[in-house]
Design a protein around this ligand. Structure first.
Ligand code: GLA
Length: 782
């Protein structure tokens, strides 16, 4: 890892990260990218500095040719000639901003320790190698420790920094980034994942030219506006080829990712806590830790990068006791009932769910205080006995008796103005005393920087979780922060960050008592889909939008940075409650099956054919659950047809896979579909079978009269009656082939319906339609 005195050469399985100590003590990045062996002469990679450049600032008279503005630096600062975005901006006691951190010493070790107060990646059996580098600012008496953690197999390097105030003077931080990476800009583009409520993770690609590009959040959460995961990719990089870098931050508050291309075509990349409204005091003797940044490089395109990120999140982010643990199929009560339910209604829905094979019943919002709509009761975490006459204990016992686990929705970070808690503690809400506060969903946010608030939440939630047999918690957080003020802080610039630290402290205290409860993070859907939350909660509700044609995009784009075992995905009612769109129950399932499957609709209102379809879906999901939840997930590129999305989930040993093919709009007289697989074993002979699906005969309208002996009026009583007892089954499709054919050429499924006749060889698709194919390795000889 350390080569000679002045070179650091870090290797993962397929990448190298190299930097050196410059003559003036700064650190110069020499390479991050494709793996290279250790060199005899690293000076080939050095920036050549034999003259003083133009109107540049010389670092010092001792080093007149060191122009920090034109060198790839591991971490820099303010006031010494680097005029790019600085990773650190401090205010020293004398009011000056200049810092000058130079190399002091380095240490390397195996394994890693937790970052105090923050979630961080974990290393199993010392698999990770750690390099610590101390930089010192002698004049200010400040130390900056740069941490590098190398996760060999997943091709991930994580970084963060610690600032130690060794002086006897107060300082404060305006900006401190978790990492800085300077590399030559080979025509890179930056991919960001942006959106809003119910439209999370929309992918945007910006070509990087001279200038500064920012991806950030300012609402106190990692946000649905701009997810902290970003990608930098080369010009020709596609799903399966070309180089790309991925970057994420293990943090759930305001974040920033900065990309700057300077005059010398050098690309500077940073990530960390957003300096927006941020100022943090570090008193003499104190340390400040940044969140951990995650970096990965792949030369095998975006799928290669996703593979790295997925492996790292599965192995080193989500809690160890949930690694590879198959997640239950759940029914969530929200969209079936909203606030209108009692225990009788819930139990009858639960019975229906149990009879279909569902394993977990989740009671969503509305069970506590006087919560009959969203204007009241957040903070009053006691059961509403008018709705639940036997309390949570009684309800959970009845659910358990049906053979299902019981789960509960909570929104601990919030307080309704109309609540007993607010009457008692109005100053617990984050509001400015002399201003009229803004609200979000009629509610305020609790001040989690206060120790009395933290204590109240830990005690209240712990006793709630003790009061019944609860195996799952949906931890919601439905609004962004505004009107930032805390009655207990001297420096209001600390509130955003202290809120997040308070949140982590609360979750840690609760999970210490209940390590086996499965937590699902949620923030109005995907407003806090980040690695900080995933360190505690192995899954997150991806979006309140369950319209399959929208979900397919959201889940597809999430998959660039996160594995499918982290995203909650439900089959909901139609017309869909967010878009009023109708999509078949089979496509709704096929999309949700490539996440953590749940149902969120009133099962009691379904006809018997839909229930039969659900029962079969659940049987299929259970059979392939391990592959669907934990298999390697790839996006199968279809450059000829942007109307389709294809995913494959593949067992690591390639013995089994499931392929999902989704078509957005029906194209008249469609071209032949060619379905390719990805990464199957070339030499294995596979059996491929299409999952049988049900098609409501109403979708054929009057066309059905061409095959029926009597006339069935479209939308008439007879059609309605038949549709309740009979549905059309999709085509039979089953065949055997070697992996190389399936990967390289693909297979042509039965031809799509094109308005020119129908027989058993026709594949009925239509708008928003899909198929799932199971693929199993077999020993049957050709
Ligand atoms: C948020 C969540 C939903 C649901 C509601 C309940 O919007 O994202 O899934 O739990 O809150 O109020």
């Amino acid at each position: 890892m350390i080569k000679g005195d002045r070179i650091f050469h870090l290797n993962t399985k397929d990448s190298s990260y190299i930097f050196r100590i410059l003559e003036n003590g700064y650190l110069e990045n020499l390479h991050y990218g494709n793996k290279i062996r250790e060199c005899d002469d690293y000076s080939l990679l050095y920036k050549k500095c034999s003259v003083t450049e133009g109107n540049s600032i010389s670092y010092s008279s001792e080093f007149p040719n060191i122009n920090l503005d034109n060198i790839c630096l591991e971490y820099s600062g303010v006031g010494k000639g680097d005029l790019r975005e600085s990773p650190i901006e401090l205010i020293l006691e004398d009011g000056t901003f200049t810092t000058d951190f130079i190399f002091l010493e380095s240490r390397s070790s195996k394994g890693k320790v937790k970052i105090p107060g923050l979630p961080s990646s974990h290393s199993i059996d010392d698999e990770c190698e750690t390099l610590e580098i101390d930089l010192i600012d002698y004049e200010a008496n400040l130390k900056l420790t740069l941490y590098y953690h190398v996760f060999y197999d997943s091709n991930v390097i994580t970084r963060y920094v610690k600032l130690s105030n060794l002086s006897d003077k107060k300082i404060s931080i305006n900006k401190i980034m978790s990492m800085q990476l300077d590399i030559p800009n080979y025509n890179y583009s930056m991919i960001t994942f942006d959106g809003t409520w119910a439209r999370e993770m929309q992918m945007h690609t910006k070509k990087l030219e001279s200038g500064v590009y920012i991806n950030d959040s300012k609402g106190g959460t990692s946000s649905n506006r701009h997810n902290p995961f970003v990608i930098f990719k080369g010009e020709d990089t596609g799903e399966n080829h070309g180089l790309c870098y991925g970057m994420n931050l293990i943090y759930s508050g305001n974040h920033i990712e900065i990309a700057e291309v300077n005059y010398a075509n050098k690309l500077r990349i940073q990530t960390g806590i957003n300096p927006y409204c941020f100022n943090f005091n570090v008193d003499p003797g104190e340390d400040f830790y940044t969140p951990e940044a995650v970096l990965s490089f792949s030369k095998d395109g975006l799928n290669g990068l996703s593979k790295n990120m997925h492996k790292f999140i599965k192995d080193n982010i989500i809690p160890n006791n949930f690694k590879d643990k198959e997640r239950p199929i759940l029914i969530n009560s929200w969209e079936a009932n909203y606030f209108d339910f009692d225990d009788k209604k819930l139990i009858s829905q639960a019975k229906e769910a149990a009879s279909l094979g569902i394993e977990l019943f989740v009671l969503d919002d509305g069970w506590f205080g006087e919560r009959n709509n969203d204007t009241s009761s957040l903070g009053d975490w006691y059961v509403n006995n008018k709705k639940l006459s036997k309390g949570l204990a009684g309800l959970s016992t009845e659910i358990n008796n049906l053979g299902m686990e019981f789960g509960l929705w909570l929104e601990p970070e919030m307080i309704s103005e109309n609540s007993n808690l607010y009457k008692k503690h109005p100053n617990w809400a984050i509001n400015i005393p002399y201003r009229k506060p803004s609200v979000g969903r009629n509610q305020f946010v609790l001040d989690l920087s206060r120790s009395d608030v933290k204590k109240y939440l830990i005690e209240t939630i712990n006793s709630l979780l003790e009061s019944a047999n609860i195996s799952y918690v949906k931890w919601d957080m439905n609004r962004n922060l505004s009107d930032m003020y805390s009655g207990v802080l001297n420096n209001q610039g600390e509130l955003y960050h202290r809120y997040v630290l308070g949140l982590y402290e609360i979750i840690e205290a609760i999970q210490e008592k209940f390590p086996n409860i499965l937590f699902e993070g949620c923030s109005a859907g995907g407003n806090r889909f980040d690695l900080g939350i995933l360190c505690y909660m192995p899954q997150i509700w991806a979006s309140d939008n369950t319209d399959a044609s929208e979900r397919v995009k959201i889940q597809n784009n999430l998959s660039y940075g996160y594995p499918q075992c982290t995203f909650g995905a439900h089959v909901s009612d139609c017309p869909n409650h967010q878009t009023l769109r109708n999509i078949s129950i089979e496509t709704r399932f096929n999309v949700a099956a490539f996440g953590l499957l749940g149902y969120e609709l009133n099962l009691k209102s379904l006809d018997s054919l839909s229930k039969k379809a659900i029962k079969e879906q659940i049987e299929f999901y259970k059979k392939y659950r391990k592959t669907l939840q934990f298999g390697e997930l790839y996006r199968v590129e279809n450059i000829y047809n942007s109307n389709v999305t294809t995913w494959i989930a593949l067992e690591e040993d390639k013995s089994k896979a499931v392929l999902m093919y989704y078509q957005d709009k029906q194209i008249p007289h469609p071209n032949d579909d060619i379905l390719k697989t990805f990464k199957l074993s070339e030499d294995t002979y596979y059996k491929v079978s299409a999952r049988k699906q049900k098609i409501n005969i109403k979708s054929f309208g009057n066309l059905i009269n061409h095959v029926t002996p009597i006339e069935i009026k479209n939308d008439g009583v007879i059609q309605h009656f038949i549709s309740k007892v009979y549905s059309h089954e999709t085509e039979d499709e089953e065949f055997f082939a070697y992996g190389d054919l399936l990967n390289e050429v693909g297979f042509m499924p039965k031809e799509q319906f094109s308005g020119c006749g129908f027989n058993e060889n026709i594949r009925i698709m239509g708008d928003y339609s899909s198929r799932i194919y199971s693929i199993s390795g077999t020993f049957i000889e050709k």
